[in-house]
Design a protein around this ligand. Structure first.
Ligand code: PMT
Length: 217
């Protein structure tokens, strides 16, 4: 990529799922593969940015010349993001963070009995919302994974989390969203402008996101 339009910028990207421990052998998680976030990290690096990638557990090869911080749980991701936040100009949160965790992480493997088992869940920290509170002049980009009322739900997230823009993907579309190599998304800016994009590779979408981030000041 010859256009180094991100020279001098530090971009923080989060990618992948988080895993919330139930006991030493089990966890709660989701279908995120990390492909979307990794594509953004690579695109930003290719455009000259210094990139910090905070990643949940995924099966991808880490991009070169990017600072990688491996995390497992929501709490780990929160701590990692807060540690590096000060150094960053732009934060792009493609990670699929677990909203709940088991109220108690059992120290020993839960034994099977003849009874049903109820698991009590506790709310996790909304990392993006916390970032929104301390945003200052930084550019904050969220993702919204929706199964219905895509645009309205995404717009609500812009306001609630104090974002500059959000990438809304309808994760019910076949061959798009979680795990897929392509994504169908709409990008919504804080001022309400909506860009409805065609389905494209996650790498192409990553570049589109970076193009639009540049129009925010
Ligand atoms: O990883 P892939 O397989 O490539 O799939 C890509 C993707 C579908 C995971 C990605 O495109 C995507 O949509 N990521 C966001 C998924 C998500 O958690 O959406 P959400 O609507 O639940 O959350 C909204 C935003 O808040 C997200 O930016 C999320 O990172 C953030 N969040 C959510 C919950 C939480 N506790 N903390 C957060 O920071």
């Amino acid at each position: 990529y010859s256009n180094k339009d991100y020279n001098g910028k530090t971009v923080l990207v989060t990618a992948g799922p988080t895993q919330e421990e139930i006991d030493p052998v089990r966890y709660i998680s989701n279908h995120s593969s990390g492909k979307m976030g990794y594509a953004i990290a690579e695109a930003a690096r290719n455009r000259g940015a210094e990139v910090i990638l905070v990643t949940g557990p995924v099966a991808l090869i880490p991009p070169r010349y990017v600072q990688i911080i491996n995390v497992t749980s929501n709490a780990d991701m929160y701590n990692a993001v807060m540690d590096v936040y000060d150094r960053c100009d732009i934060i792009i949160k493609a990670a699929a963070v677990a909203d709940y965790k088991p109220a108690e992480a059992f120290k020993h493997k839960i034994k099977k009995t003849d009874e049903d088992l109820n698991l009590s869940l506790k709310k996790n920290i909304d990392i993006l919302k916390e970032l929104g509170k301390i945003k200052g002049s930084k550019i904050l980009v969220g993702f919204a994974a929706e199964t219905d009322d895509l645009i309205n739900n995404a717009k609500t997230k812009i306001e609630k989390k104090n974002l500059d823009m959000i990438v809304a993907n309808d994760v019910t579309v076949e061959g798009s969203g979680f795990k897929a190599d392509e994504n169908l998304a709409s990008i919504i800016k804080r001022d309400g402008e909506i860009l409805s994009l065609n389905k494209m590779s996650k790498s192409e979408l990553a570049h589109k996101i970076l193009d639009i981030v540049k129009t925010i000041n």
